[in-house]
Design a protein. Structure first.
Lengths: 250, 250
């Protein structure tokens, strides 16, 4: 059959893992997935991910690339791999794509969702997948601040120090805040779509927006922070648990 | 101040615990809660629960009774206890009630919710709080079968053998099936409210209803099962993970 290039859409609860990237002796998404792939496809199987999600970050639509020469039909792959994964990981879809596809470079946009719970009582069933910030959040103010992040801008102030990339310009297509729902039940979602993200960028954005939400800063502060090109100008890093990579578009 | 009787409303993710009831050497809800209470209130603190939820079963509204002679104000208790609990447990509310209140005997009704996911891909973020049954479920049929359970009836066929109570008559006030939601997204909820439940009764009801949902049985089969007064007449036991005790009314 020759070698096929397969694009995997991967979902995982990241709360029990040390992030995407394989690390000796630690449970990671890439490590556990590679083990499952080797059981199914042989010892040389490896997977290249589109995003290196941090420890504690979850995904519903991470993308990974594998090359296989196994005769197993593409339409059976998602289930066959999932059957070898722990319950907190699953392959959503497996599709064949042309050889030479660049799983990192060809990304057009990614959507991250950050979940905050503002109710008074810790939400025990979702506690690993949200940031619990009891008390009133000014979601209109957050929304106004968020709108100032949209566009092609230099996001250096929102990149954690470990990011050594020179080019800190990225395009945010949208930064939407959804609050309350029909029942005004305390859940707040911040959806950030962009063509790429610097290290910790979404979590630094969320931490900054919550400083607007709690009244410490005015929404216009966002412009000042962007201009500063300095991490210390922005707000705190939001916890990893609230973050989920929803999808990646090519 | 004298002794006060305090009713606690307790929420927990049961997936990492061996059920409510204290057991030496095993993590249980009552055990962890008792430890937190003793840290706050002294070595004699103990809690009596309204429902002995099984291993893996969660709760948003379990009720526990404690007696305290500490000067700590009642309105501070919920937070003070929660601060000593792990993230997957919380005290929702603490209220003072008259001495002599019978936390088990005074129950008027309880609501359990059972969650099923019928989509093709394992829901990684909710996998510990649902039963994943990929494929089509006839929710209209389940609903019809569920309606035949409502009323004051002998539920002996739905009690697991370990239940040795002689009186197997209980009243089910409602058994409602909610499917799909706005997005027809694969989630099915079975809400069962009753004045009391036999051992494993909700899970045996759900396992039986899914046999209607997958077409093996007709809805009318429920009447035949009730008449049999025999556990082997009913369907399989549904997994504990999908079950959650929503509230208890007095």
């Amino acid at each position: 059959m020759g070698i096929r290039n397969i694009k995997l859409t991967i979902a995982y609860d990241g709360s029990e893992y040390h992030g995407w990237q394989i690390q000796p002796g630690l449970p990671t998404i890439q490590g556990v997935l590679t083990e499952a792939l080797r059981g199914l496809l042989g010892d040389r199987a490896r997977v290249c991910g589109a995003s290196r999600t941090d420890a504690g970050v979850s995904a519903l639509g991470q993308v990974g690339l594998i090359q296989i020469d196994s005769p197993i039909p593409t339409e059976n792959l998602a289930k066959a791999i999932t059957d070898r994964l722990p319950p907190d990981m699953a392959i959503v879809e497996a599709t064949e794509i042309p050889l030479g596809f660049d799983v990192i470079g060809a990304v057009k946009s990614k959507l991250y969702r950050y979940t905050i719970f503002t109710g008074p009582v810790r939400p025990v069933l979702q506690v690993k997948h949200c940031w619990h910030l009891p008390g009133k959040l000014d979601t209109a103010g957050i929304s106004e601040g968020a709108s100032l992040l949209v566009g092609k801008k230099d996001f250096k102030s929102f990149a954690s120090g470990a990011d050594t990339r020179e080019d800190t310009v990225r395009t945010i297509f949208r930064c939407d805040v959804t609050a309350g729902g029909e029942a005004e039940d305390g859940w707040v979602y911040i959806d950030v779509e962009g063509d790429g993200f610097l290290y910790n960028m979404v979590r630094n954005i969320v931490g900054t927006l919550t400083e607007i939400g709690n009244g410490r800063w005015k929404p216009e502060k966002i412009e000042e922070i962007l201009e500063a090109r300095d991490r210390t100008a922005a707000g705190p890093l939001a916890p990893a648990n609230g973050l989920c990579l929803i999808w990646i578009k090519y």
